[in-house]
Design a protein around this ligand. Structure first.
Ligand code: B12
Ligand code: SF4
Length: 431
């Protein structure tokens, strides 16, 4: 008899959370490798098409598949009691999971997705409920929090941790052999309107605030045929919006993104593509911009971070202001709507003194595109994250919280002032 495996995407405990094309892609990928070799059930606390959420008007997704999560207010965690923002639990109610476990259990294994390090309270809740209702199930955690904070994750009491990207120990633990050609298990959802793809792993840069280089190593393309098969699967499931989760989607585009998009056009696959994870403006050529727009890219998020060349030199030199200007010209000439182009800039980075943030915000605004302040989350084992031990206890992942850290570094009033300024600058574009 094949193993019975439950897949869980936990609720989020945070000050803010928004469905910015959030899917448990690591978890679904692992389950995909085991397709046909085990019996699967999925419980995704953040599923926007769950019947409980789908019927609430204010929670409905926008035209590109983004939206709000259902949530309830809860007290701030003790160590963040001084942060003057409301803390919340986002996702389906806890008793729904309990009822689900009673109805569909027992399970042999439960695989739990972990994402932001500071979201571990959701994982803790899930483990507690499984232990109570399905005490014999073996609990496996994998994903970003486990990879970056493995000792802390061990303390939550799982049976097995999958750190990083090597899945060999997992196959041994499950005693099931994988089929690595299989796409993610998107069939686990009854209904689906958003999908995720990743055409590559890793990144050629080495930014001092980022964990990707250490975890994934240098850039490596994934097999094109496998990505196309996954896109096909998503198209058949009725998905209209695809978010790319690549770290460096535009790097080596002639060999990775461009052949993929050419196939999309050749096969007449119509999708809206999105890049929530920040594109590198340096790689946007005229040809690439044209192809992206023709193949269906609708929203463009560019990782700009700062207009200060000194700041960029100190953190990894990933992009310059000139490169941003050039990329925008190509995108707009290709037909991209400037209202759907956004430049991310880091708020609350420890080198804010040389970041010239306000000037950078005004600069992006002068180019006629929206700016978005990406609150800085200090990441353990990165150069900049380790420096943040000066301000917070980095061994407590709640201190990596992206709402909390900028307030701790800059103060509540200064954070509000900068956010207000960003709002005003964006509003000025609409006039
Ligand atoms: C996509 C992405 C996002 C998406 C959302 C993703 C989501 N579902 O929540 C968006 C764009 C919204 C986002 C936002 C942010 N992100 Co982000 N993001 C990522 C990214 C690129 C991929 C995450 C992912 O889905 N990985 C899973 C898949 C794609 O990876 P995979 O390699 O196929 O997985 C394999 C293994 O890891 C393992 N595995 C993975 N999961 C699981 C689960 C199980 C059970 C098992 C067994 C195995 C397993 O097996 C897989 C198969 O081979 C990572 C970087 C990275 N490369 O991981 C950063 C990353 C997670 N983000 C990061 C940051 C900093 C942010 C922001 C704070 C940025 C900002 N300032 O705004 C925000 C925070 C959002 C919030 N609300 O708090 C940091 C982590 C920060 C932290 N403290 O944890 C990362 C690590 C990048 C970095 N700079 O180092 N992000
Ligand atoms: S370019 Fe992006 S993914 Fe690459 S190291 Fe820098 S921040 Fe990380």
């Amino acid at each position: 008899m094949s193993a019975k495996i439950l897949l869980v995407n936990p609720p989020i405990y945070d000050f803010a959370a928004y469905d910015f094309w959030l899917k448990p892609y690591g978890l679904l990928s692992v389950a995909g490798y085991l397709r046909g070799k085990a019996e699967f059930k999925l419980f995704d606390y953040l599923d926007p098409l769950h019947r409980l959420v789908a019927k609430q008007k204010q929670l409905q997704s926008d035209q590109w598949g983004r939206g709000r999560f259902c949530c309830e207010r809860i007290p701030n965690p003790t160590c963040l009691h001084h942060i003057p923002r409301y803390f919340r639990r986002f996702g389906l109610p806890r008793n729904m999971f309990e009822a689900f476990l009673r109805q569909h259990g027992p399970f042999d294994f439960v695989l739990v997705q972990t994402m932001m390090t500071y979201w571990y309270q959701g994982v803790e809740e899930v483990i507690e409920d499984i232990r109570k209702i399905c005490p014999n199930a073996k609990i496996v955690l994998g994903g970003n929090y486990v990879t970056l904070c493995s000792t802390h994750a061990q303390g939550l009491g799982p049976d097995f941790l999958v750190q990083g990207v090597n899945l060999e120990p997992l196959w041994q633990f499950l005693q099931i052999g994988p089929d690595s050609k299989q796409p993610a298990l998107w069939q686990a959802y009854d209904k689906l309107n958003v999908g995720v793809l990743r055409l590559s792993n890793g990144c050629p840069f080495d930014c001092t605030y980022c964990s990707v280089p250490a975890v994934y190593g240098k850039f490596k393309a994934r097999p094109l045929e496998r990505s196309l098969a996954e896109l096909n699967l998503l198209a058949k499931r009725g998905v209209e919006n695809i978010a790319f989760y690549d770290d460096a989607l535009l790097f080596n585009a002639e060999e990775v993104l461009m052949p993929f998009l050419e196939e999309v056009l050749k096969r007449d696959i119509r999708m809206n593509f999105h890049s929530p994870n920040g594109l590198n403006a340096r790689f946007v050529t005229r040809e690439l911009a044209e192809l992206m727009v023709r193949a269906g890219f609708k929203t463009f998020y560019l990782g700009f971070e700062s207009a200060s060349s000194q700041w960029h030199r100190r953190t990894g030199s990933k992009v310059s202001s000139d490169e941003l200007v050039r990329a925008l010209a190509h995108l707009v000439a290709a037909g991209a709507n400037p209202q759907n182009i956004t430049a991310y800039q880091l708020l609350g980075h420890p080198y804010i003194n040389i970041q010239e943030l306000e000037g950078s915000m005004r600069f992006a605004n002068s180019l006629g595109i929206r700016g978005m302040l990406a609150d800085f989350s200090p990441i353990p084992q990165t150069g900049d994250g380790e420096e943040c031990r000066k301000w917070v206890d980095m061994d407590e992942p709640l201190f990596h919280n992206k709402t909390a850290f900028p307030i701790i570094l800059l103060g509540f009033d200064e954070v509000n002032r900068l956010k207000d300024l960003q709002r005003r600058l964006n509003r000025s574009l609409a006039q």
